[in-house]
Design a protein around this ligand. Structure first.
Ligand code: PLP
Length: 372
């Protein structure tokens, strides 16, 4: 048993408790209304989330992985088509590509953004390349201007994996609005988290939106008539109702995350512990605050003794995972990705951390640095 003093790395229950009254009320309304799948709440949430991201359309679905699958299908991916992405992501990114028959091709990461190294993209493009799929990892936007320009020159589609970046901005726009489609996860620990699974695709194309809506429900344009083969990936009313409550607090919650980050930045010495880069012109969603440390395992153990939970996102790059090792193209040449994995540690990061808890994390970090 962890003591009450222990600060976990993530704490979705704390957010439920913060908005308990509103959430309970929203759920009760759905229960008594008696319509449980793709109804009023989903419709309103889709409108509100499209508005939040500044996209024309939002299509709710069952998970972030499904959002990627739907988005890939909607841009016409065919078996054997190549998708340029990164190995530094949740495995979901690559799982989705393979589930639609696509072939993942890895670019290395830029050690500053920790997102796709744009200088490498051109050399990875082949006759079969169809999509560039950057991941805004930890909430830091990828370099979208460069990515879009390469995509345009080569007639490629762009799908942004925004599962960790609800509300992140670059070049004055929210992520998810740059490419043909942006995909989101509402897994409970994400910046916008349901109390179960959920996901969404956003797009500015009405044509794509129409197609996505049908695709998520058996290819139906009208009920029970399948115009083309689809799948079942629907967002349910209870999750949509919960998401609507949390969305109304998201900007404030993201601001609180950035406030916590400021405390961490000022406690980190930049020598024994290296903070994430601050990148001019981007607004970080601070899904995770990921430091780098030569003695990462030592730091993690030390923090644990100080009753601070720190997690590793993730312990291996995707091309190193047993399911993928040795069979993904270009995965021999990912030095920045592999270097990062040995050094990363995610500090506790969620809006409900109290100032006292944040200070305890900061003192623990300073104590480690001065003992080195
Ligand atoms: C969480 C996550 C996903 C998958 O989302 P699920 O809702 O768990 O399916 C995809 N990509 C990234 C980068 C993620 O962090």
């Amino acid at each position: 048993m962890m003591s009450d003093k222990f600060i976990p790395a993530a704490n979705p229950k704390a957010q439920y408790e913060a908005y308990k009254k509103e959430i309970d009320h929203a759920i009760e309304k759905v229960l008594s209304r008696g319509w449980y799948i793709l109804g009023e709440e989903v419709g309103l949430f889709e409108k509100e989330f499209a508005g939040f991201t500044g996209s024309g359309f939002c299509i709710g679905c069952a998970s972030g992985t499904d959002a990627l699958i739907l988005a890939l299908k909607s841009v016409g991916i065919q078996p054997g088509d190549e998708v340029i992405t990164v190995s530094h992501s949740a495995v979901a990114t690559v799982a989705a590509i393979e589930l639609v028959g696509g072939v993942p091709v890895f670019a290395d990461i830029d050690p500053v953004t920790r997102c796709m190294e744009t200088a490498q993209i051109s050399s990875l493009i082949s006759e079969k390349t169809k999509v560039i799929l950057p991941v805004h990892i930890y909430g830091q936007p990828a370099r979208m201007k460069e990515i879009l320009s390469i995509a345009r020159q080569n007639n490629l589609k762009v799908i942004e994996d925004c599962a960790q970046a609800h509300g992140a901005e670059t070049e004055g726009k929210k992520v998810g609005t740059f490419g043909d489609a942006g995909t989101f996860s509402f897994y409970p620990t994400k910046n916008l988290g349901a109390l179960g699974d959920g996901g969404a695709v956003v797009t500015n194309s009405s044509e794509l939106a129409e197609y996505l809506k049908a695709l998520r429900e058996y290819g139906w344009k009208s009920r029970y008539i399948s115009d083309f083969p689809g799948m079942n990936s629907r967002l349910d009313e209870i999750q949509a109702a919960v998401l609507r409550v949390k969305l109304s607090h998201l900007s404030k919650d993201n601001a609180r995350r950035r406030e916590i980050a400021e405390h961490y930045f000022s406690a980190i010495d930049g020598v024994h512990i290296i903070p994430p880069a601050r990148i001019e012109g981007t607004l970080h969603a601070m899904h995770l605050f990921v430091v780098e440390c030569e003695k990462r395992d030592g730091l993690q153990q030390f923090l644990k003794r100080e009753e601070v939970g720190a997690a590793i996102h993730y312990p291996m790059a995707i091309h190193q995972q047993p399911a993928y090792a040795g069979r993904i193209r270009d995965s021999e040449n990912l030095p920045q990705t592999e270097r990062l994995y040995r050094r990363i540690l995610s500090l506790p990061m969620y809006p409900e951390l109290t100032n006292e808890q944040v200070e305890r994390v900061c003192s623990a970090l300073k104590k480690w640095s001065s003992s080195q």
